[in-house]
Design a protein around this ligand. Structure first.
Ligand code: NAP
Length: 536
């Protein structure tokens, strides 16, 4: 779209973001004949997969599942090469989606949405953007991603560091050459676990600063077997539907066994966990049905992984430091390739900053407990202001000029993770209060986009103009999300699911466990005439 054509544009829908969610929303809006525009901060489409280009970046959901199922020809024609796709392969897929469904003309790149304000008299949203063009739309759809606002800790002296600094979620497109360099990685979450083996292989020296030891299981990535692909594609829709019936909306290869770990004896546990370890990936947590529900059951998996770390890491002191004493899966379980073995390299050192935090950064390096660890480069693998961070960076005002920042000052409040009371015609794709990050995101995105499109279509067909979550329905929903989360192990650690990784962020468990139950509620709400929504 040319700037001139877009000037002061009247639209049906403004979509914020052009990753998987924004592009699918745009495609479905086109099909419905709506005037829609997706506004994207990056210089290209792709969202998460546009920004996260750190070495070793891959998805931890198998590629045959981490892909759209809405178009039969697309899923039949697209060929993934590996069990777990690389960032670049996923980005190629997203670029293909943009071209295949003729989306690019309605995507405005390199443009930041600064504010969205609801005008009660016209019932329309005014959207202000960094390109200075005013958009006015009936609907705003936030396709801003759950892990898109980078979290760089405010460590004293950070900006006075004399070397290079990087954040894994803002990686330079041209790549980074670490040869001959002394590199520090701060953080040991999924991004660190994936990038550390690559950085260690290239750098002169690597020092990893670990605040909390992480749990990681091997990926055992491999080229896709054409016979397996053919078998899946023979009835892809049914395969995906089975996956959608599982709690995390994926697990087609190795579904959850509906057996309690507490009923298994030691030999049986070892056999099961060995089998899952060999298969690799997040299926490990599906060995038993109560690993994420019961701490005692969870401890069986914890003991097993700790025994593996002791086997894989030669130095007992380092192995002990790498062995978590937390609940497995309470923070997102990491999926690795050679993470633990990397600590056997002579050029890699692990510094424990659990009790003595990083004190400051000076011009030459990182200071812990009065000791300067001199480095040339610092990689912040320090994660994201998850789920609410991207929304918080936009000045969003609903009815009566009420800002979303105020409405969410004690933590996010939504109805179904789709709408917020007081913010009519504004939708969040995979918002807080929906299963989102606990699922295969593509399955969640498809379900949300389709729900939103149906809601708009029904509204238009009924001659109505606004849809808005009621306060009561929202309060009830937030209570429900807390209740469900309270029956899991997720409250047992300081995770980004709880907002605990960002200083000052309210501690509220943001996603909702259980995709099939959630999907059923969304369908029931519609069947019940959009129960809990006020439509005018
Ligand atoms: P993360 O899981 O939030 O990890 C951040 C790491 O930085 C943690 O180890 C954290 O320690 C540490 N940290 C933060 N501030 C620190 C400080 N001031 N001093 C020392 N350490 C500090 O972030 P992430 O690794 O980027 O992953 C975020 C999510 O993105 C994942 O959970 C996953 O959902 C997704 N992801 C997926 C993939 C994949 O598909 N394979 C890859 C990357 C990311 P604490 O634990 O003590 O807070």
């Amino acid at each position: 779209m040319t700037s001139a054509a877009a000037a002061n544009r009247e639209l049906d829908v403004v979509i914020v973001g052009a990753g998987f969610a924004g592009l699918y929303m745009l495609h479905r809006a086109h099909e419905l004949g709506l005037q829609a525009e997706a506004i994207e901060r990056g210089d290209g489409v792709g969202g998460t997969w546009y920004w996260n280009r750190y070495p070793g970046a891959r998805c931890d959901v198998p590629s045959m599942e981490y892909s759209f199922g809405f178009d039969h020809d697309l899923e039949q024609e697209w060929e993934w090469t590996e069990k777990y796709a690389t960032q670049s392969e996923i980005l190629s897929y997203i670029e293909h989606i943009a071209d295949r469904f003729n989306l690019r003309d309605d995507v405005t790149l390199s443009t930041t949405v600064e504010s969205c304000r609801f005008d009660e008299s016209s019932g329309r949203w005014s959207v202000a953007t960094s390109d200075g063009i005013d958009r006015c739309a009936r609907f705003v759809v936030m396709a801003t991603g759950c892990l898109s606002a980078a979290n760089v800790p405010d460590i004293e002296g950070r900006d006075g560091f004399g070397g290079r600094t990087f954040h894994t979620g803002r990686w330079p497109h041209e790549g980074v050459d670490f040869s001959g360099r002394r590199v520090a990685v701060i953080g040991t979450g999924s991004s660190a676990v994936q990038s550390i083996p690559f950085i260690a292989a290239e750098a002169d020296r690597l020092t990893v600063f670990q605040r909390t030891a992480t749990w990681a299981v091997p990926a055992h990535n491999e080229p896709l077997d054409p016979a397996v692909v053919a078998e899946i594609k023979a009835d892809y829709a049914a395969w995906r539907e089975t996956a959608r019936d599982s709690s995390s909306a994926f697990g087609g290869y190795y579904p959850r066994r509906e057996v309690s770990a507490l009923d298994a004896d030691d030999a049986e546990l070892a056999g099961q966990f060995d089998e899952r370890w060999e298969v690799g990936g997040l299926s490990f947590l599906r060995a038993y049905n109560d690993l994420l529900l019961d701490e005692q059951a969870n401890a069986t998996a914890a003991d097993y992984i700790r025994s593996k770390i002791a086997e894989l890491v030669h130095d007992p002191g380092t192995a002990a430091l790498l062995s978590p004493d937390t609940i497995v899966g309470c923070k997102r379980l990491c999926v690795d390739t050679d993470y633990y073995a990397t600590y056997n390299r002579p050029n890699v050192r692990l510094i424990d900053v659990s009790s003595d935090p990083v004190e400051r950064i000076d011009a030459t390096g990182i200071v812990v407990d009065g000791v300067v660890h001199a480095v040339d480069d610092i990689v912040f693998a320090t994660g994201f202001d998850a789920m609410t961070g991207a929304l918080d960076r936009i000045a969003i005002e609903g009815r009566g000029g009420r800002s979303l920042r105020d409405a969410w000052s004690a933590g996010p409040l939504t109805y179904l993770g789709l709408q917020i009371a007081g913010f009519p015609n504004l939708f969040t794709i995979t918002g807080p209060g929906s299963p989102s990050v606990l699922t295969n995101m593509i399955a969640s995105i498809e379900q949300h986009v389709e729900w939103i499109i149906d809601a708009i279509e029904t509204l238009d067909a009924g001659g109505m103009s606004t849809i808005e979550a009621s306060d009561e329905a929202q309060a009830q929903w937030v209570g429900h999300v807390n209740e469900v989360a309270n029956h899991t192990v997720f409250h047992g650690c300081s995770s980004w699911y709880l907002g605990a990784n960002v200083p000052g962020k309210p501690r509220v468990f943001m996603p909702l466990p259980g995709f099939p139950e959630y999907r059923a509620v969304c369908d029931e709400v519609v069947a019940d005439g959009y129960r809990g929504f006020v439509r005018t």
